[in-house]
Design a protein around this ligand. Sequence first.
Ligand SMILES: NC(=O)c1ccc[n+]([C@@H]2O[C@H](COP(=O)([O-])OP(=O)(O)OC[C@H]3O[C@@H](n4cnc5c(N)ncnc54)[C@H](OP(=O)(O)O)[C@@H]3O)[C@@H](O)[C@H]2O)c1
Length: 323
Amino acid sequence: MAVVVPEAVLRHGDARPMPAVGMGVAEYPSTPERTRDAVLAALEAGFRHFDTASLYRTEAPLGEAIAEATRRGLLASREEAFVTTKLWCTQCHPDLVLPSLRESLRNLQMEYVDLYLIHLPISVKPGPMVFPVKKEDVVPFDFGGVWRAMEECHRLGLAKAIGVSNFTTKHIDKLLAVATILPAVNQVEMNPTWQQRTVREYCDAKGIRVTAYSPLGGQNWGGSANYVMESSVLTEIARARGKSIAQVSLRWIYEQGVTPIAKSYRKERLKENLEIFDWELTDEDRLKISQIPQRKRVTAASLFSPDGEFTSVDLPDIEIVEE
Ligand SMILES: NC(=O)c1ccc[n+]([C@@H]2O[C@H](COP(=O)([O-])OP(=O)(O)OC[C@H]3O[C@@H](n4cnc5c(N)ncnc54)[C@H](OP(=O)(O)O)[C@@H]3O)[C@@H](O)[C@H]2O)c1
């Protein structure tokens, strides 16, 4: 039996409520077949919330899987799924936002996305999507122009809700100064080892829903340590509750009023990652988690190639870390 997942209402009235756990649809390297099969397995397990981005090159297999699920009767219609995609830095220019969303929609074979996010508060000269980003290609971010174009995507009904990702309070302040339609969501790195208290408090006060990427500490790119899965505090709590470390982390995030976006392409883990709604952490667990030393994985500096220089922006202006 598929798990019934609670949902959170977003500030944009016509948006479908957001299911309280999402599936991350990003894997490097991967194949479209692997992604399509994983999304179908996720739909079977009960996932209805999917997170992709133009950068991930998984929009097409995600769209195919949702169409296939509709044909098979797993979904009554596309409306049952909540789909997020993101605007990459090279498209963060007022005249490129709408064409970029239209291209994402073509890839997804959809009429609209449920949520469209600015991927990073970083604008890069138009050109091919290259990662890591070249420092000298970074240009000042046009908050007014880019957000007005995001608002247009919403007005046209192509994005039911619009929001941002990796924005600090400083970036959101700049956006709010020019926004007519307020952002519904800020997607940031968050888990028990990077709790984002400042950003969360700020977003709560402004009615912005926070979603958590890398809720399990992230994928093991370059053999880096995983502070979540290797945490002795989480290991101890997991043992005491008879749950997995992944479930403890996801449950803690959910209890903070944040929506975790967890990536797994494995059937048994997809199921496990949804089984967090029929039990609770104790006050003692929460206290121990609140005392875990804090370490962020993704910084602005880590997004850029090691050589080259910034010529038109300063690194602190685009920094995505906030204590
Ligand atoms: N906005 C942004 O800038 C941004 C940045 C990063 C990520 N994201 C989004 O957030 C999603 C998730 O983030 P993420 O991929 O960095 O990290 P994550 O979800 O924290 O971790 C994914 C890793 O954990 C493993 N895993 C999943 N479930 C598990 C379980 N129950 N037990 C043990 N291991 C488990 C996965 O392996 P298997 O697949 O082998 O199970 C994978 O290696 C991405 O897919 C993407 O959609 C957004």
